[in-house]
Design a protein around this ligand. Structure first.
Ligand SMILES: [Zn+2]
Length: 108
């Protein structure tokens, strides 16, 4: 078993798992419950990890993950938008105006 990827975001680890599995690489996710149960929180933060069963799969798995990350950088927040109601400028990551709660205009 070889660890090829880890990330604090479990959905991302699961995403890479499905990509590798679709290429015929057998994988396993460890520390799935990394966020911990109340009273059992570990001292060191444990991230979900993606492991491959076969040593021979390590290189192709790493290449697939590296290529995917190059082609799909983390999504940047959308551009800032101007509130149609009060005219405030609102950062793209917010879905509604911080000033008057007017929803963001539909992207397009
Ligand atoms: Zn507003």
């Amino acid at each position: 078993m070889i660890k090829v990827y880890e990330n604090i975001d479990f959905s991302r680890v699961g995403h890479f798992q499905s990509i590798l599995e679709s290429r015929g690489i057998k994988t396993e996710i460890r520390n799935e419950g990394g966020s911990g149960v109340a009273g059992e929180v570990p001292f060191t933060q444990v991230y979900p990890e993606l492991w491959v069963f076969s040593n021979a799969d390590e290189k192709p798995a790493r290449e697939i993950i590296a290529r995917y990350r190059r082609e799909n950088p983390a999504e940047p927040p959308g551009p800032a938008w101007t509130c149609a109601n009060c005219g405030e400028s609102v950062d793209g990551e917010f879905a509604e105006c911080w000033n008057c709660s007017q929803p963001a205009p539909e992207a397009g």
